[in-house]
Design a protein around this ligand. Structure first.
Ligand SMILES: NC(=O)c1ccc[n+]([C@@H]2O[C@H](COP(=O)([O-])OP(=O)(O)OC[C@H]3O[C@@H](n4cnc5c(N)ncnc54)[C@H](OP(=O)(O)O)[C@@H]3O)[C@@H](O)[C@H]2O)c1
Length: 301
């Protein structure tokens, strides 16, 4: 049985990975109190003592708004966890012995008019921190750190708006988060001119399984096969889950950006493509409607 270190195993995505594969693999799931990735010596000691065959590195500082307040500060938590924490792990493993699977994000791409998505796996991430959220920039630097240390003998899997049921600590913002807003009477008008895709967390886990079992290295995407807008996604989930049509109002991303007058670095023309991932891993991702249909078929929604 392969021994797999799962960082971020209490998080939204990592906990689903643990739930699905707990009987298939020997999973090591230390919490932050047992393994704080920012503590270089502790990370080194843990890896040397435990010698995992695979590391699936979900752990990250994921609060995008809080991260923005830390922009430029390499001593603050977002940089320390996402970049230095990742580097601490990559530095101590031997890629011949340990398959490092780094979980990343669509936010390494700018989604700007001069570099529009949806992005293929081989598309170069944005280098200019001013064109990315600070969170996105730290995740981009983490990807670079992994590749600098491990070369081609590692894997990167980018996700975009991962969706799953049964996780109480937080909801994804575009599907179940919208439904909650609707249920609480707090839904505001949604952008009809911002382009995104969503990830079925089960499908992301399936992709990781195939990377582990096939010992496949490279850069991959887990995403719906097609793109949508927050307006379309919000309207569809409310219609499917609550039977209500035409209750969502439209708003414009461009108008919002003009009205706030400050730099908004959220991708406008975003989304991830999965064609190469499907080909390499031999799997097929769902469309965004299929993902929502599946989610709404589950009794807790
Ligand atoms: N959610 C999204 O919208 C999204 C989109 C694209 C990509 N991703 C990527 O997918 C991955 C998983 O995201 P998620 O939403 O599941 O994250 P999450 O729910 O915020 O969980 C983050 C995990 O990281 C752990 N962690 C934070 N700091 C740590 C440290 N210093 N040492 C060890 N562990 C630490 C947390 O532990 P505690 O719970 O103990 O703090 C938690 O288990 C991340 O790499 C993220 O960048 C997420």
């Amino acid at each position: 049985m392969k021994k797999i270190l799962v960082t971020g195993s209490s998080g939204m995505v990592g906990s689903k990975f643990v739930e699905i594969f707990k009987d298939r693999y020997r999973l090591l799931t230390p919490g932050i109190n047992k393994l704080d990735l920012t503590e270089k010596d502790a990370v080194s000691k843990y890896i040397i003592n435990n010698k995992p065959d695979v590391i699936v590195h979900f752990a990250a500082y994921t609060d995008v708004s809080e991260a923005e307040k830390q922009r430029g500060d390499r001593f603050s938590l977002c940089w320390q966890v996402n970049v230095e924490g990742t580097r601490n792990l990559a530095n101590v493993i031997d890629p011949e012995q340990t398959h490092f699977i780094h979980i990343s994000t669509d936010m390494v791409f700018s989604g700007r008019k001069d570099d529009t998505g949806p992005y293929e796996e081989a598309h170069e991430p944005e280098n200019d921190p001013e064109k990315l959220t600070w969170y996105g920039y730290t995740k981009k630097c983490a990807e670079n750190a992994v590749k600098a240390v491990l070369g081609d003998k590692c894997s990167i899997l980018r996700l975009i708006y991962p969706v799953r049921t049964g996780y109480k600590k937080k909801l994804d913002p575009q599907v179940l988060g919208r439904l909650k807003m609707y249920d609480e009477g707090k839904l505001y008008p949604l952008f009809h001119d911002q382009y995104i895709s969503i990830t079925d967390v089960d499908e992301a886990c399936e992709a990781i399984l195939r990377m582990i079992e096939g010992n496949v290295f490279g850069t991959f995407h887990a995403s719906s096969r097609d793109i949508s807008t927050p307006y379309e996604l919000g309207s569809y989930i409310i219609e499917k889950a609550r039977g209500k049509k035409n209750v969502v109002e439209r708003s414009s991303f461009d108008e919002y950006v003009r009205s706030v007058g400050s730099k908004v670095r959220w991708p406008k023309y975003g989304g991830l493509k999965v064609r190469q991932t499907e080909k390499t891993l031999g799997m097929k991702f769902s469309t965004w409607k299929q993902i929502i249909d599946k989610i709404t078929g589950q009794s807790t929604v």
